[in-house]
Design a protein around this ligand. Sequence first.
Ligand code: ADP
Ligand code: MG
Length: 576
Amino acid sequence: MPAQGGRWGRFLEQRARQLQRQVQAKEERIVELETENAVLHLRLAQYQGMTGKGDSTATRLCSQCRERDLPQRSTAPTTPQLHCQVQLCVLVQNLKQDMKALRASSLEVFRTCREHLQDGLSAAVEAVQRAQLCHEALLAWQSKAGHLERSLQEVSARYELEKQKRKMLHNCLVELKGNIRVHCRIRPLLPFDKEFDDPASQDSSVPAGVVHAVDDETVLVKCDRPAHPLINKTYNFERVYGPAESQQVVFGDVCPLLTSLLDGYNVCILAYGQTGCGKSYTMLGPRSKEAHVPPWGPHRDLGIMPRAARELFRLISENPSKSLKVDVSIVEVYNNDILDLLAKERRTAVSGPKRDARTSKAAKREVSPPTRQPVHSAEDFIALAAGSLPLRARLATQVHACSSRSHLIITATLTAASPCGSPADRQSPGPPLEGRPAWGRASPGSPGAQRPAEQVHAKLQLVDLAGSECVGVSGVTGSALRETLSINRSLAALADVLGALSERRGHVPYRNSQLTHFLQDVLGGDAKLLVILCVSPCQTHVAETLRCLGFGAQVRQVQRGQAGGGSAAPRKPRNQ
Ligand code: ADP
Ligand code: MG
């Protein structure tokens, strides 16, 4: 509004100057005309003088003529003197006519001048009146602008208050649902399942498989095999997805966690289960066989990662004032080593069984954080993951037959732009930290993998865990056995950590495995953890399914333990 007022003021000033110039021009013209008039007056006076003289001469001559006429009345006036007198009379007549014309034209000039002057004056008066009106309007606008500014300030303050309230309520809701939540997803029977060929499973009236979603929160495992004890067990989780439930439905329950992420809470989503039960499908989407299609298939089947990337950037675009930046790191935990899938050397030298471990038992005290790649859109994020995942698979195929022999961790770190300088576009890893993986502690308030002058807002970790099947079931030997043992150890360490948290033990054994160490920020505390148990419906896998559901039930203890400790009260995000 002040800008509009300034425009009005400038406009009025210009208009007044224009009118002043017009009035000045008119005044100059009047002076010119007055001078012209004075000259004309002078000439008029001269002519009048001359006419007067001419008149008196004419009178005198006429009287002389009359005197002369008396003695010689019959003779005609033919003398040169008389001729001259006649000419003089004509001259006088002409002069009189000129005078008349002159007077008329000067009167005309006067009238025109007066009209011009009057026009100028009325234009000036009009302009002044208009200026007054404009000034009044300007004042009215100014007061209106002031009023609007005040109400804007009030509304902004109220908006901030409501935003805080919303944040508190949202967190309260999330905490009521549980900071640690366990969902269970039963995948459909697929052509590669032995039971797929079973005619009973083809009959829609007979429920296929041995694992069933009784309702939204209950899963039933019912299996009656000859020479085996009857299994009839139910488990309750925060959410149970049946085989027909879509990726979109699963993401619908993940979505509120991204709001928490933007509110400054760390979030972790873990897919747990045996090989082939749908962990990668749930986290990423179905893998496409065609090279030109992203590895997680068509749009409607997108998994949590690409959907979360889109939602994250949508939420960021809704809050431009926060000016958050997103950096992505992608690592896999293989044989208790953390391998950086975005490291330059991994892109160029990825062949061979010798893997470039970021940590190892021998070099635990000299570690560097994984590469953090800035991403500016969901497409960047997805393309980065799409580019690095084949690396994982290729490496894996060279080492072992099964592709999910490592835990995949995709981390999105949200940082607030610092007033004293923005972080470099590409990370130059900072100095190594002693005794722990630096990136594992990049939480608000801790130095971790933070770059100088940046403030970590929150972290999102998406984890596609390796298959949880035990050695006996997988029947592997050699290096594959070592991998399986390593996976089992890390998953046991994960269960131990969650157990310690549920029992509120003073010591939580995060350091027992690289996996738990890496996830330390998002296990416990006020971070939001969602474990998605992926289970196969097949009878063949019933033992693994029961182990998986048992793990989920144990994790749920954490939630109960926390709720019992009164953690449902809304807590403030750490960096607020
Ligand atoms: P995991 O990662 O647990 O080893 P995958 O995610 O690779 O298992 O799934 C194994 C196969 O099952 C894949 O071909 C995948 O497309 C398919 N699959 C898993 N879950 C579903 C589902 N809910 N709907 C359809 N196909 C699924
Ligand atoms: Mg997998």
